[in-house]
Design a protein around this ligand. Structure first.
Ligand code: GSH
Length: 203
């Protein structure tokens, strides 16, 4: 198995999950700053030009964070056994990736893609920040009285929450609401998270 990733990108969540699972895998960095995602050889791995992409042992490639996380979780028997817990964890993961990342952080980190004119950039950024803040308020409720998003045990969806928390805390210096902040601390204390951060040169 090979993970295509960029240091500190959302792919860090899948990197964490691979470390949690503990089976051998390879990593291949994609230099997003240089635009390597838009050129061969990466475009033949994923024409979507995005990381994470996971090449499986049969050579087939999976894309889309929630799908990769779920597939890995199923392989490693890490999905929540309780159907409601699993469903709610998936709901939170989809929200973190699709809404908070796709509509919020993307406006903050890739502002020019949303508005070609620099005059509009502040408005785009503030709309992005609003999505992110609302997102953390939603996650804060979802995490009430829980150690992890599915309950007491870690599950793959926690890695999606982790990367949006990491971006907010470490890249934007945002103050996270209490339950989200406790979840982030809990994730940061996991050896798998520390290993992934170290391997990406982030600690
Ligand atoms: N919907 C995708 C989003 C992936 C994504 O946006 N990846 C970013 C890194 S965090 C990327 O590769 N960006 C490169 C670009 O947009 O040029 C997923 O769920 O995996």
């Amino acid at each position: 198995m090979k993970l295509y990733y960029a240091p500190g990108a959302c792919s860090i969540g899948i990197h964490v999950l691979l470390e949690e699972i503990g089976k051998p895998y390879q990593t291949e960095p994609v230099n997003l700053r240089d635009g390597a995602q838009f050129k061969p050889p990466f475009t033949s791995v994923s024409p979507k030009a995005k990381v994470p992409a996971l090449e499986r042992d049969d050579g087939s490639v999976l894309t889309e964070f929630p799908v990769i996380a779920r597939w890995l979780g199923r392989q490693a028997n890490l999905l929540p056994k309780d159907d409601e817990a699993d469903t709610r964890a998936m709901e939170a993961m989809e929200y973190a990736v699709g809404t908070m990342h796709g509509q919020g952080f993307a406006r903050l980190f890739r502002t020019e893609r949303f508005a070609p004119s620099a005059a509009d950039h502040d408005a785009v950024k503030s709309a992005g920040r609003e999505v992110v803040e609302k997102g953390f308020a939603v996650l804060d409720k979802a995490l009430a009285s829980k150690n992890y998003i599915a309950g007491n045990e870690f599950s793959p969806a926690d890695t999606a929450l982790f990367y949006v928390e990491f971006w907010a805390a470490k890249r934007l210096n945002m103050k996270l609401p209490a339950n989200v902040s406790a979840h982030f601390d809990r994730m940061m204390a996991r050896p798998a998270v520390q290993r992934a951060l170290q391997q990406e040169g982030l600690n």
